[in-house]
Design a protein around this ligand. Structure first.
Ligand SMILES: Cc1ncc(COP(=O)(O)O)c(C=O)c1O
Length: 392
C-alpha cells in the first residue's frame, strides 16, 4: 500500500511513519507483517479505551442495526445523542448542563468562540501563546504559534494573546473581551500545567469583566488526567467546556458544553446560530456513550493517577530531565530535539509507539489508552530505558 499512500493520499509532513495497519486490539496495533506495536499514544489521546473495546464496538453495531443519519443536528430526538448529553451533564459542574455535539474538537472550538460573541455581544477573544485548539481557520486564529499561522493569514481579527501562567497578563482581559480560551494543561507547548491557581485567577478576572471562560478539555478531559474533567484538578469552573478526542473512544466527535441560558442564544436572533449536518451522528454518539459509561462506571479514572505514579517510578534515567503532565497525559523532556526524535524512532523499531508534541521538540509523548495494564506500562518503559541506554 505504501506507494499508493504517497501517491493518492494527502500528506501532512514530509516523513510520515507510514506503518501499514492490519488491525488493532487492546493496547496493541498490528502492521501487515503482523509486527505488534504497543500503543503509548492512543491515536493522540483519542483511543481512551484502547482498540476494539467490546462495549464500544458492540454499541456501534447495535446502533447500525437501528438507524444511522436521519436528520441534521438538533431537529429530531435521537436516543444515543440524548443519553450522551445527559451523561456528560451528569459528570459536569451543576450549571454546565447543555451540550452541543460536533464532529471534531476544532468544530467544538469554533462553536464555543461563536457562543462567547453571541452571548456577550462583544468580539474580542483572548488566547494563549503556544496554544493549540484545532486547525480550522477560527480555531487556528486562537492558536498562538505564529510559525504555523503565518502562511494562512489573514485569520480572524480581534484576538489578543497572553502568556499561559502569567498573572500580570490578565489585565488584558477587559470589558471588551467576549471570551478567554485556554487549554487546562497546555498540550502542544509541552504538557504545561497551570501553576499557582492560575486558572482560578483567570476565572476570577473573567467574572469581574463579564467575559466567558472557555476551557479546552479536548485532550485533558474524559478521565485522562485523573478526574473526569482536567479542570477539577485545579479548583476552577469554566463557563464553557470544549471536548473531543477521548470522548469518542476512537470515533470522531467533539462537543461544547455550557449553561442552558448561554447555549440558548444560538437558537434565536439569528436562529441556526451554529449548525452541522453530522454533529452528534447516532453511531458516533452511541460509541461515545459507551465510552463515557465504561470510564465512569469503572475505576479507570482513579487508575490513571496510579499508572502515572508507576510511569514516573519506572522512567528514571539521567537523560530524562523531567516528566511533565498529569495522569496519562505525560511528556518526557530530554536534552534536545534530535535526542527526542531518536528515542521515538528507535522505540518504534522495537515495537513501542511514541510520538512528538506539536511545538515542543524536546518532548516525547506518552498518552496511552486509559485501559493500559501495569504489565504493558512496564514493558513499554523498559523499551524506552533500553533505547536511551543504547543511544548514549
Ligand atoms: C487541546 C486540543 N484542542 C483542540 C484539538 C483539535 O481537535 P480535532 O483534531 O479533533 O479537531 C486538539 C487536537 O489535537 C487538542 O489537543
Amino acid at each position: 500500500m505504501k506507494s499508493d499512500f504517497f501517491k493518492y493520499q494527502a500528506q501532512t509532513t514530509p516523513h510520515p511513519l507510514a506503518i501499514e495497519i492490519s488491525h488493532a486490539q487492546g493496547s496493541y496495533i498490528y502492521d501487515q507483517n503482523q509486527k505488534q506495536y504497543l500503543d503509548f499514544i492512543a491515536g493522540i489521546s483519542a483511543n481512551s479505551l484502547g482498540h476494539n473495546h467490546p462495549s464500544v464496538t458492540q454499541s456501534i453495531k447495535n446502533q447500525l442495526d437501528k438507524y444511522t443519519h436521519v436528520m441534521v443536528y438538533g431537529e429530531f430526538i435521537q436516543q444515543p445523542q440524548l443519553e450522551l448529553c445527559k451523561i456528560l451533564a451528569k459528570n459536569s459542574p451543576k450549571n454546565l448542563d447543555t451540550i452541543y455535539l460536533t464532529n471534531s474538537g476544532t468544530e467544538a472550538t469554533e462553536g464555543a468562540l461563536k457562543l462567547t460573541k453571541r452571548y456577550t455581544n462583544r468580539s474580542e477573544i483572548i488566547a494563549c501563546k503556544n496554544a493549540y485548539h484545532g486547525n480550522t481557520q477560527g480555531a487556528m486564529s486562537v492558536c498562538g504559534a505564529e510559525e504555523q499561522n503565518r502562511a494562512f493569514r489573514p485569520l480572524i481579527p480581534g484576538i489578543k494573546f497572553i502568556e499561559f501562567n502569567n498573572i500580570l497578563n490578565l489585565e488584558l482581559i477587559t470589558t471588551e473581551t467576549a471570551g478567554v480560551i485556554i487549554e487546562t494543561i497546555q498540550g502542544g507547548a509541552g504538557f504545561i500545567e497551570p501553576q499557582n491557581n492560575y486558572l482560578q485567577k483567570v476565572q476570577q478576572r473573567c467574572n469581574e469583566v463579564g467575559a466567558l471562560l472557555i476551557l479546552d478539555e479536548i485532550q485533558t478531559g474524559i478521565g485522562r488526567t485523573g478526574t473526569f474533567w482536567g479542570f477539577e484538578n485545579y479548583d476552577c469552573t469554566p463557563d464553557i467546556i470544549i471536548t473531543g478526542k477521548g470522548l469518542g473512544g476512537g470515533m470522531p466527535i467533539g462537543a461544547f458544553i455550557s449553561s442552558n441560558k448561554i447555549v440558548a442564544t444560538l437558537k434565536e436572533n439569528p436562529k441556526l446560530g451554529h449548525i452541522t449536518t453530522f454533529g452528534g451522528h447516532p453511531v458516533i454518539a452511541a460509541a461515545a456513550l459507551a465510552t463515557v459509561k465504561e470510564i465512569t462506571k469503572t475505576d479507570l479514572i482513579h487508575q490513571t493517577l496510579e499508572k502515572e505514579k508507576l510511569i514516573r517510578k519506572l522512567l528514571i534515567h539521567p537523560e530524562i530531565i523531567e516528566i511533565r503532565g498529569k495522569g496519562l497525559m505525560l511528556a518526557l523532556m530530554v536534552k534536545n530535539e534530535e535526542f527526542a526524535s531518536q528515542i521515538i524512532l528507535k522505540c518504534l523499531e522495537k515495537g513501542l509507539l511514541l510520538f512528538w508534541l506539536l511545538f515542543e521538540g524536546k518532548a516525547v509523548r506518552i498518552t496511552p489508552p486509559l485501559t493500559i495494564s501495569n504489565e504493558e506500562i512496564k514493558k513499554g518503559c523498559a523499551i524506552i530505558l533500553e533505547v536511551i541506554d543504547e543511544l548514549v
